[in-house]
Design a protein around this ligand. Structure first.
Ligand SMILES: Nc1ncnc2c1ncn2[C@@H]1O[C@H](COP(=O)(O)OP(=O)(O)O)[C@@H](O)[C@H]1O
Ligand SMILES: O=P(O)(O)OC[C@H]1O[C@](O)(COP(=O)(O)O)[C@@H](O)[C@@H]1O
Ligand SMILES: [Mg+2]
Length: 461
């Protein structure tokens, strides 16, 4: 996918006619290593060779609009009613983002009306549109100490026009959608329906997902808290496996299509022998297969620790003829339902080790919900707050159909459709996976390399 400067421009509702509460503090600011001035842009790519590859003058290379406060804004804060919704699976930091949005809107922009729609986009249907939570700084004061979302969340599709009706009926002119790929897709459709009706409503997305599978954001918020928690479970399983005859520790972590949590948690725990992710297919049998490697590890060191992303090895479930474990179909949001690869591995590893005379002690944990339901750690708390500030500044300046994101350590505006234009995945040829291989000493592939192996491109252009 080749991206050009025009693909990265964000839409504006109109000219900024009001002074912002930040005009004075911004009056002397210029771009520095720690600040991107209003009007300046942040490069999409960050190596000399990638930039040179475009052969374009610096003003035309692909770049994002910098996020942050503006000297002039589009909306008169006195006339603003803001809406907030959280959608999809839970993620540490949702409450921090809600709190940050409310505080910034109320304290700095003096916005009086802030409504929280309940239970995800369901809250924007005709049936639920009047069941909102009035959000004030007092109401959100302590919410960041808890995981989950005070607004509730859900999966399942809603009609875009019905949602726009809800915004109109509730007088919303600034809408914040905190969601993953599904939520960003829904926000895109919502924005398109708003535009088709010529309405003056800004829609700003705040990308969330513990899977870290959203593109154009260095890491999604909550991811760091999630993998830190997952690390505890790997450490626990490692202790158990090490203390057991022929111990086999398996931890299954979330990661539908992207194995970032598994990769990072395995690196953090630094006690795993094998990491399996959706991006790198593997075989069970044969001299180079997973089972042979597991056996070799048990023989060599007495135990083995495996970290598994839930989306890994889905093809093996089919091959093994385990229809009851193969989660065909999709959930209410259209996400593919996965089969339980953890159960299959547990079964096959136990059978293999028993057959070669190494009767194993199996220790298997699936801590998925225990990982994603926690409160944000200190790092994510700061990140969520700063994303929320960026989202409010963007909306008040009349920026719309955009998400706020951190890109190469700068905060930027990303056109909403781009957030779902591709999936962020672990690159089997990238340096993260290299670190995993260096740490685990596992082979680059289990079994003969698959000709159809998904190769994730390392660049965007
Ligand atoms: N193509 C789509 N059109 C409209 N709404 C969508 C679409 N995809 C997802 N959504 C809605 O976005 C919400 C969140 O999506 P989901 O996939 O469950 O979680 P996430 O936002 O975390 O990826 C759901 O309510 C879902 O119905
Ligand atoms: O059980 P649920 O709620 O459907 O969630 C399961 C999925 O949610 C995730 O946490 C990702 O969810 P989102 O796309 O909503 O961020 C995956 O890792 C996992 O497969
Ligand atoms: Mg999703």
């Amino acid at each position: 996918m080749t991206l050009h400067l025009d693909d990265l421009r964000t839409r504006r509702l109109g000219a900024c006619r009001y002074d912002s509460p930040f005009s004075e503090v911004l009056s002397t600011k210029q771009t520095s290593p720690h600040y991107v001035a209003e009007g300046d842009r942040v490069l999409l790519e960050d190596t000399v060779s990638m930039l040179a590859g475009h052969g374009l003058p610096s003003g035309q290379v692909p770049s994002f609009e910098a996020a942050g406060p503006r000297r002039r804004i589009y909306f008169d804060p006195a006339n603003v009613t803001a809406g907030i919704v959280t959608c999809g699976g839970l993620c540490p930091g949702l409450n921090n983002v809600i709190r940050g949005l409310v505080q910034e809107l109320a304290v700095h922009y003096k916005v009086k009306g802030i409504l929280g729609f309940r239970n995800g986009l369901q809250g924007l249907t005709a049936e639920h549109r009047n069941d909102t939570i009035e959000l004030t700084p007092e109401r959100v004061r302590d919410i960041h100490n808890a995981g989950g979302t005070i607004l509730g969340s859900s999966r399942g599709g809603q009609d875009a026009d019905e949602m726009v009706d809800s915004l109109v009926l509730r007088g919303i002119n600034v809408m914040f959608v905190i969601g993953g790929d599904g939520g960003m897709r829904a926000a895109t459709f919502l924005s398109e329906a708003i535009r088709a009706r010529g309405l003056d409503i800004a829609v700003i997305g705040v990308p969330k997902t513990i899977d870290n599978d959203l593109p154009f954001t260095d890491q999604s918020f909550g991811f760091q808290s999630a993998f830190a928690r997952a690390t505890d479970f790997i450490s626990a399983v490692s202790v158990e496996a090490a203390a057991s005859p022929n111990g086999v520790g398996i931890v299954k972590l979330m990661g539908r299509h992207s194995g970032f949590i598994a990769a990072y948690a395995a690196l953090a725990a630094n006690s795993s022998d094998i990491v399996l992710i959706p991006e790198v297919p593997f075989k069970l049998g044969g001299a180079d297969g997973l089972l042979a490697h597991v056996e070799q590890r048990v023989r060599a060191k007495g135990f083995v620790v495996i970290v598994l992303a839930e989306g890994a090895g889905q093809d093996l479930l089919e091959e093994s003829g385990l229809p009851q474990q193969n989660g065909r179909g999709t959930d209410a949001s259209g996400n593919v339902k996965l089969g339980n690869i953890g159960e299959l591995l547990k079964e096959r590893i136990a059978a293999h080790l028993s057959a070669v005379g190494l009767a194993p002690t199996m220790r298997y944990i699936d801590p998925s919900y225990a990982v994603r339901s926690i409160a944000a750690n200190a790092y994510d708390s700061v990140y969520c707050l700063r994303l929320a500030h960026a989202a409010v500044h963007a909306a008040m300046a009349g920026c719309t159909e955009a998400a706020v994101a951190r890109w190469r350590r700068r905060f930027v505006h990303v056109p909403l459709p781009l957030m779902t234009s591709r999936r962020n995945q672990v690159d089997p040829d990238g340096d993260l996976w290299m670190s995993v291989l260096e740490t685990t000493c596992q082979p680059a592939e289990f079994g003969p390399s698959a000709p159809d192996r998904v190769r994730v491109r390392s660049g965007f252009c």
